[in-house]
Design a protein around this ligand. Structure first.
Ligand code: CO8
Length: 258
């Protein structure tokens, strides 16, 4: 497939999507988001891919939605055409795990895009923010919802109401970021982690992802029930037999359903 706003590569069993609008700090227009959706669809169908990394440039993961493109939208344009927000939920429905590898600015829709991924690895240069208030709008792709779930109400309010940015160290302390990595190692480390994930049993990886996400969608009792049912179903998989046999026989497991 031809892409003009992203670069799509594979590294072993890892799919790599690089946002590529360098002149606009990877500002997210509808075409770019559509292309990310198409690339995810292709990786989802590809049995050779077990996990995905989304990254940007050294300067910017993404500096938000494309301000120039949306500056003159009317309410009717935005609502009827589902502009700016269309296709974003495609990230959420991807069953294979996605790591956001963030260097430089992750602002507005850029921060929201990173939060839609399953975990964020941040370069020590990363800066996260929801500066929409400065533009006379509010976050529109999860900033007011996923950010408080990740870092709590106090810090989320601070970021959304004052537009202040959070550096990588604070983002890691607050729980937004899984790992901080030196900038020159960022993509390699994300690919290495994705390769580890891609070496495990894919059905189990999907079950883990669904179960952890369930923690944010349901009361504890429902989440625990979902986990227990899913846990029991794992005993119906060949890969469970292989994983446990390999442990008992002191060898490395060879999972069939990667
Ligand atoms: N949109 C369009 N162009 C942008 C954007 C953007 N968000 N950010 C940067 N650019 C462009 C600049 O216009 C500039 O272009 P040019 O060279 O042609 O003038 C180029 O990128 C470089 O930018 P700067 O010269 O400003 O670079 P600096 O290093 O001085 O500053 C910053 C970098 C801090 C990132 C600065 O550019 C900035 O503040 N950008 C805007 C950040 C912002 O407000 N983001 C939020 C946008 S609104 C949003 O994301 C709403 C999301 C709602 C839902 C999303 C969809 C579901």
């Amino acid at each position: 497939m031809e892409y003009s706003n992203i670069i799509v590569e594979t590294r072993g069993r890892v799919g790599l999507i690089t946002l590529n609008r360098p002149k606009a700090m990877n500002a997210l227009n509808d075409q770019l988001i559509d292309e990310v959706g198409d690339a995810l669809d292709a990786f989802e169908k590809d049995e050779g891919i077990g996990a995905i990394v989304i990254t940007g440039s050294e300067k910017a993961f993404a500096a938000g939605a494309d301000i120039g493109a949306m500056a003159n939208y009317s309410h009717m344009d935005a609502y009827k055409g589902d502009y700016i927000t269309r296709n974003w939920e495609r990230l959420k429905s991807c069953r294979k795990p996605i790591i956001a590898a963030v260097a430089g600015f992750a602002l507005g829709g850029g921060c929201e895009l990173a939060m839609m991924c399953d975990m964020i690895f941040a370069a020590d240069t990363a800066k996260f923010g929801q500066p929409e208030v400065k533009l006379g709008i509010l976050p529109g792709a999860g900033g007011t919802q996923r950010l408080p779930r990740a870092i709590g109400k106090a810090k989320a309010m601070d970021m959304c109401l004052t537009a202040r940015m959070m550096d990588a160290a604070e983002a890691e302390r607050a729980g937004l970021v899984a790992r901080i990595v030196p900038a020159d190692r960022l993509v390699d480390e994300a690919i290495e982690a994705a390769a580890v994930i891609a070496g495990f049993s894919l059905p189990i990886i999907i079950m883990i992802k669904e179960s952890v996400n369930r923690a944010f969608e349901s009361p504890l009792s429902e989440g625990l029930l979902f986990e227990r049912r899913t846990f029991h179903s794992a005993f119906g998989l060949e890969d469970q037999k292989e994983g446990m046999a390999a442990f008992v026989e002191k060898r490395k497991p060879v999972f069939k359903h990667r």
